[in-house]
Design a protein around this ligand. Sequence first.
Ligand code: ADP
Ligand code: MG
Length: 625
Amino acid sequence: MGQIRLLPETVANQVAAGEVVERPASVVKELVENSIDAGARKIDILIRRGGISLVRVIDDGCGMDRDDALLSLERHATSKIRSAADLQAVATLGFRGEALPSIASVSRFRLITREAHAIAGTEIIVNGGKLDIVRDGGEAPGTHVEVRSLFYNIPARRKFLRSENTESRNIEHQIQLQAIGHSQIAFSLLRDDRMLFQLPAAATLTDRIRDLYGAELLDRLVEVNGTPSRQIRIGGFIGQAGLSRQSRAQQIVFVNGRSIESSFISAAIREGYHTALMKGQYPVMFLFLELDPAAVDVNVHPSKREVRFRDPTGVRQAIVRCIQQTLEGGRAAWQEKFRAAAVAAADVSGKAAPDLRLRPEVSSFEELHRELPHFSPATSHRVTTGATVAGVGDPGIGSSSSSIGQVLRLPAPRVDSPSDALALQRSQRLAGQQEFQIIGVLSKLYVLMENADGLVLVDQHAAHERILFEELRRRMEEQGVPTQKLLLPQTFDVPPRDADWIERNLSILQRMGIGIESFGPGSFKIDSVPSFLDVSDPAQFMRKVIDDLKGAANSASAMRLGEEMIAKSVCRHAVKANDPLRYPEVEKLIRDLLDCDLPYCCPHGRPTMIQISLAELEKKFGRKV
Ligand code: ADP
Ligand code: MG
């Protein structure tokens, strides 16, 4: 008996601080969240030495009277919820009533606060959890919190802190998160007397993203336009296919206004991007999920960074669908850019000097229509009307085999033969319908094009991969996957659980081009595989497919696995770098690419094209600073 004791208040607060206050960035997070909950329009943050020596947050929010200010430093004291029932639908960022007492227990803490109509404010000083001073304070309405010498009384904790630089970066990231989530609030961050950013209250999320990350990033984002389900609303911006980062720092997700980190949501995002994202890379996005507060549990962890969903499958599907739709919808705007350029170009060439318009290197009419050696006939229907000619010239007489890469701009086309005349006629007829303008091919790999923004470089190999990939996928969806029979059917055994799984998914496997049937208990016979795959050991191939498929939760995902198999194989079939392409081939490649659902990246998520803007060129040439 007599072994169990209630911990003194200060010690209890320090224990709680272990979870709430991990590092200076968590102090910033809690204080800024309090300011937001207090209805602040403007939040100014100052940090010194990575926030270890000082974090100061000043807001113009509602402030507190003296009683509330004193109470706010008691554990479990909060103005934000009153009963357990309120926990079901938390509308504020805070609700646990832990942050202020926790922070004050591990630092030298000073709070100055004043309500708008009050004559005087209150100043409270707490050192290591011990209340030292309470007096009148004379600041402007709002709340001013200073946290000095974090963990000065807990040396063990202090040892876990990283360098000042790292801690500063964490803080900066934390404030960026809040700034994205609350664009109507003005934020400023001063680091050791240097202004890191000063964001005016922004009218829209677009303005805030531009202010924080620049117009160039904004240009590569697509506004989310999915209406995925009735339970969940999804808004914000996501990066175009092909835009990615090495870290998750710009993969920013809010659930009901709260920035959260969730491996569950990350997995859904990855599934949504699928082949539009390089392996090991992360997308850029500012995604806002809104659902009924009762459908989300935010009380999972003291730092409130994790959430639990009542219907995780529904949320996952909504995210996946929304990202897919948005990426494919973003294509229209993207194509528009090329059209805009073409109209401008047609105007100029039409008025000024029609003679200067150049024609493709064509030695016969047949050649104009010749298919790329690797192109499947099925893609040919996509070549619609126009032949685009401007920008590529005749390399000269007798050099019909030279590649586009060597082609220079030359004046007035020559007409040497009737077939040339035909081609020229055709190109002149269609000149008004130009959609893009090809300048040439660099290093037998990069197609150079012009659009309204400047220069576009297309990787011909990546582009062809994307085209083949979508073609194969379309065929897979329409007619199932083409298969090749094995010379000798193979039988293989699997453990009972896998056998059961195969039985249940036979039809999906067959749709994926795998000819498989039951061959006694726990045994299967496989007699065909997808024809575009090189399968040397069918049994091993099957085991891999089963493993992969078991990971995918539903049949939609299973079809996506089919896509992955295709993505792996197209690389081998696509035109390589260094395969010299002739002008009509390049033109067809670009045209087919523009017709793709996701033209801007190859099936492995690498970009197919890069834009170098006129502004960038002007900067490089010192025309503009
Ligand atoms: P919680 O935010 O979970 O309620 P905190 O310990 O962070 O717990 O804050 C306790 C209370 O102090 C809040 O509920 C709020 O009423 C008050 N408070 C804290 N910071 C501010 C602020 N910047 N402006 C006005 N009131 C504040
Ligand atoms: Mg709080």
